[in-house]
Design a binder for this molecule. Structure first.
Ligand code: ADP
Ligand code: ZN
Ligand code: ZN
Length: 753
């Protein structure tokens, strides 16, 4: 006899109802068909009236007396409604990202937050200042009117008769009755305004009706043609920055909206608050809703509800906009799909590109991805080698609109600079070019990729980087008990800190760390007359921090802008004719298999910042690895060349997307216990793959953060081309550990790619 199977069913889809799941038996006849997310009919309550419920978990363990568990009556057949789709999406995410159903549902379902939305209140003077002064004099001479007089005086003294309510209340110690009384007399008004305002828009700068060029039209026609035939799939528009991808998106959107469908557009966070979103407003007017990450949960909920009610056709936002509950979702667009911001930093650590693909499939929608430097993962899916599901159709757009040209790219070999006794971090060529631009009153951007910095060791004389002999990633400096050591983040390989370069014997070897601040002071020293702005996480705190810096630079209030990744993302500054990439190697030496990809993307995007106006631009790439293919391909701005080299490298070392990589990490306060478990997992993994040489098992080894908060961590990597094998292995490990070990004494994390 087969074992009985049970389903946890909720009767109302909302985050609140998750803990009110009821267990039902799944009858044999429909066993195969009941999946998480499925709508089912169930007998409910004492009277057993039939109602609709949704399956959120399936298990073979009854949670209470079997004789009292009722059975599911049947399946609801009709097509998925939005909530069911979201539930199925959550189930997909649970599987893919190994989170709980609860975490997944919280991610995909909008939550009505109980906190009141914050409103910014202002006090506005309703009289002209002449009359107000008269009232002030009268109040000032009265008894018991001191607070009113004080408030009025502040308003009269203010620039335009408007003050922040909270500020004046606290600063001048003014109570509510004072505001009330003056408001009643018609002297002031207290006005509430939503803290969220739509981004600043400059309608003037985009020509109203752009006529698509031939290539753009061809792509738009092809996609809409397939759409009308009912074909739904994924597309990639590979087009250099400024080649007109956004115009193509908008043409396709217009068509899809015309057919009565709704559209989700994801654009990188920074573009939301700056330029791009205005264009969508202009084209689609009030039927557009824009989300941003600074909105409160309540405000975001309101926008989601507008989507659900059909009040908008288009929702634009960062990755969370994916979960807008559109009833008739017909198209998803992800601009700059390679952006790392599309991967969530909190659990579940989902990739928006991957989840969008699944959402599109569940909704019967198409997905358009666009980028100048597509992720290797996405581009691989356009190639003939790709045999998996969700293949991607590729289009190219390679002419820049307008009359701007691609810049001249120069490579500064920092090893040569060092040999020629230039010990500064600015090469001679870049320094001369900066001087030249300052004289011509043009602008300069200096870019430093700090995020990639991870304590790698390199030689200043020859550029050699100390790498792991097994994994080809750079070793990272760690400070042990009493000695410095170098560690591989992948396999755990360790060696002593080196003191001389193994290639050239130079003693100038060490960590390469340079901050934007250091560059700033150096530049100010070199060019005392230059006006310098710095933009990084330190200088741009506050809501509009980076917008202010960018606007100030855009208004030519500075000659040089120094910054991290933020400054290279899609802003048009026509006066910028020089871009310096101070340390191109920073990302190249990241201890991550994506190092070359990140570097190439960064270099190409940064180069795209130079010469967007009519003046030709120059780009200086400063590097210790002028011969690395990520550098040489970016000099030629040749994505194809880069992709071919990179995919061969990934194939050679069994890295994604050719192969999938799964990491298993165990942690415990008892080192021996964590070690015992990972060894056991390793043994079983080897057994699982016995006779299958397509898989590689690496480790186990101490995790690179081997001890955190008194918890010891070990890690094992498994590489395999067939991700289904990996997912099955993962589920088996989870189940095995559940049975064999004491849950309370250890943690385990399993991650694919
Ligand atoms: P991308 O999204 O690829 O960076 P955009 O769509 O933003 O490119 O286009 C870059 C600039 O060129 C924009 O100012 C846009 O209005 C303009 N543009 C794009 N296509 C055309 C066209 N067919 N005719 C005129 N201007 C265009
Ligand atoms: Zn050396
Ligand atoms: Zn290694």
């Amino acid at each position: 006899m087969t074992k009985d199977i049970y389903a946890d069913v909720i009767v109302n889809i909302s985050v609140d109802s998750l803990d009110k799941a009821y267990q039902y038996k799944i009858p044999d006849g429909i066993r195969e068909k009941v999946k998480v997310g499925q709508a089912v009919m169930i007998p409910f309550g004492v009277s057993d009236r039939m109602i609709k419920g949704y399956v959120i978990r399936i298990s073979d363990k009854p949670e209470y007396d079997v004789s009292r568990i009722k059975s599911i009556s049947g399946l609801c057949k009709k097509t998925l409604d939005t909530s069911e789709r979201m539930l199925q999406l959550a189930a997909f995410m649970k599987n893919r990202y190994q989170c709980t159903m609860n975490e997944a549902i919280k991610t995909v379902m909008p939550v009505k937050s109980k906190v009141k939305t914050v409103k910014k209140k202002s006090v506005v003077l309703k009289l002209d200042k002449e009359k107000a002064r008269a009232v002030f004099l009268e109040l000032n001479s009265k008894k018991n009117a001191a607070a009113r007089a004080r408030l009025l005086k502040c308003l009269i003294d203010s620039e335009n008769g408007i003050l922040d309510y909270n500020y004046i209340k606290n600063e001048e110690n003014i109570g509510p009755s004072t505001f009330n009384s003056l408001e009643r007399d018609g002297i002031i008004a207290v006005e509430a305004e939503d803290v969220f305002r739509n981004p600043k828009m400059d309608y003037g700068s985009w020509g109203r009706n752009v006529i698509l060029n031939e290539k753009q039209q061809e792509i738009a026609d092809d996609i809409t043609g397939e759409y009308e035939k009912g074909i739904r799939r994924e597309y990639l528009i590979h087009g250099i920055t400024g080649s007109g991808k956004t115009e193509v998106y908008m043409a396709v959107m217009e068509k899809v909206i015309g057919l009565g469908y709704q559209v989700i557009v994801l654009i990188p966070e920074i573009a939301l608050t700056y330029q791009t979103s205005g264009r969508f407003y202009k084209r689609f007017g009030g039927r557009v809703s824009i989300l941003n990450s600074k909105m409160s949960a309540g405000e975001r909920y309101d926008q989601y509800m507008r989507a659900k009610n059909g009040d908008v056709d288009v929702i634009i936002g960062p990755r969370s906009a994916l979960f807008a509950p559109f009833e008739r979702l017909g198209l998803i667009i992800i601009d700059e799909e390679h952006e790392s911001g599309y991967v969530s930093e909190t659990i579940p650590r989902y990739s928006a590109v991957c989840v969008a693909g699944e959402l599109a499939r569940l909704s019967g929608a198409s997905l358009i991805l666009g980028s100048a430097t597509p992720s290797i993962e996405t581009y691989y899916r356009t190639s003939e080698d790709y045999k998996g599901d969700k293949p991607v159709k590729l289009y190219r757009l390679d002419i820049r609109g307008g009359n701007s040209r691609l810049p001249n790219i120069h490579v500064a070999d920092m090893r040569e600079e060092f040999k020629n006794k230039n010990y500064s971090i600015i090469s001679t060529g870049l320094r001369d070019a900066i001087g030249d631009r300052l004289r011509k009153n043009e602008q300069v951007m200096l870019f430093l990729n700090r995020r990639g910095f991870s304590g790698f060791i390199s030689c200043r004389n020859c550029g050699e980087v100390v790498k792991c002999p097994h994994c080809d990633v750079s070793l990272t400096l760690h400070y042990g008990h009493n000695r410095k050591k170098l560690v591989c983040h992948y396999c755990g390989y360790e060696r002593d800190m080196v003191t001389t370069c193994e290639k050239c014997g130079s003693k100038y070897i060490g960590t390469f760390g340079t901050g934007t601040q250091k560059i700033e002071s150096m530049v100010k020293e070199m060019f005392p007359e230059a006006r310098v702005l710095r933009m990084d996480a330190d200088t741009t705190t506050g809501k509009d921090g980076y917008v202010n810096v960018l606007e100030s630079f855009g208004a030519h209030e500075a000659d040089i802008l120094i910054g991290t990744q933020m400054i290279i993302k899609g802003h048009d500054f026509p006066l910028v004719t020089l871009v310096g990439i101070v340390a191109a190697d920073m990302t190249l030496n990241m201890s991550d298999y994506r190092a070359a990809e990140r570097t190439f993307q960064t270099l190409v995007q940064a180069a795209g910042r130079a010469g967007r106006g009519n003046r030709p631009g120059d780009v200086y790439i400063q590097t210790y690895n002028p011969d690395h293919y990520a550098v040489t391909a970016s000099v030629k701005q040749d994505y194809g060349e880069f992709f071919n080299k990179e995919i061969n490298y990934r194939r050679l070392l069994s890295y994604p997307p050719v192969s999938r990589i799964m990491s298993i990490m165990t942690a415990s306060s008892k080192e021996a216990y964590a070690k015992k478990i990972i060894d056991d997992v390793a043994r079983n993994t080897l057994l699982y793959f016995k006779g299958n040489d397509a898989a590689k098992v690496i480790g186990p080894a101490p995790h690179f953060l081997a001890k955190i908060c008194d918890s010891y961590r070990f890690v094992l990597y498994v590489k395999c081309e067939d991700d289904k094998l990996l997912y099955r292995l993962r589920d088996m490990i989870v189940e095995y550990l559940d049975v064999m070990y004491e849950k309370k004494r250890f943690d385990v994390w399993i991650d694919v790619d």
